[in-house]
Design a protein around this ligand. Structure first.
Ligand SMILES: [Zn+2]
Ligand SMILES: [Zn+2]
Length: 213
């Protein structure tokens, strides 16, 4: 029996390949990504912000009317300045809060569209937040699966893990026949050694662990 010593290594290199693949292909724009955050969540944060401002200003007004010290004598003697200071503090705190909430909303939606365990990732990001702030979010960004994309030949939606298009058998991860490095489906020549790739369009199975070399 010949054990396959490459199985662990190849699953790791497959993971690394998917990460490289994601970096190369996913040219994500901030505002497009931000649109993933559910609308109701954005409105909820806006409403909470306004409520916090109104309550804050009311409390400040009562405190100042009763001659309680809030920001120190200099600011407290100028109700306008005290109000502005409180507005700034609440806005700053709300921004941090909003970023956290939007991260959770984003991870929840983004994990779903990438076919990942959405509830688990959302939970992880929330759990890490009190102690580690955005660490969960960073881990998520590093670990997330690539998005599915369109086959360059027929346009069918293909998973980033696919080696061949299930619709037209297009080789989705072609390698140069000369230097064996990965090339793009649309490349006419190898970017590393200059080999003409046009005649070598026939799909070549990539790294099948069960086939002895
Ligand atoms: Zn195809
Ligand atoms: Zn080459």
């Amino acid at each position: 029996m010949v054990e396959d010593p490459q199985s662990i290594k190849s699953s790791f290199s497959e993971k690394m390949r998917l990460i490289r693949f994601r970096r190369k292909r996913e040219n994500l724009r901030f505002w497009n990504e931000f649109k993933l955050v559910p609308r109701w969540l954005i409105w909820m944060v806006v409403v909470l912000f306004l409520v916090a401002q109104i309550i804050g200003q009311m409390v400040l007004h009562v405190q100042l009317a009763n001659d309680h010290e809030v920001f120190g004598p200099e600011l407290d003697n100028d109700p306008g300045a005290a109000g502005a200071a409180l507005f700034g503090i609440i806005t700053g705190a709300s921004l941090v809060f909003a970023i956290m909430i939007f991260m959770v909303g984003y991870v929840n939606k983004d994990a779903k569209r990438r076919g990942m365990h959405s509830a688990l990732w959302t939970f992880l990001v929330i759990v890490l937040m009190p102690g580690y702030l955005i660490l969960g979010f960073i881990i998520y960004l590093l670990m997330r699966e690539p998005l599915s994309y369109n086959c360059p030949q027929c346009g069918a939606t293909v998973d980033a893990r696919f080696n061949f298009c299930p619709n037209c058998k297009c080789n989705l991860h072609p390698s140069c026949p000369n230097c064996k490095r990965e090339v793009a489906e649309t490349d006419k020549f190898c970017a590393y050694c200059g080999t003409n790739l046009e005649p070598a369009k026939t799909p070549e199975p990539r790294e099948l662990p069960s086939v002895p070399r």
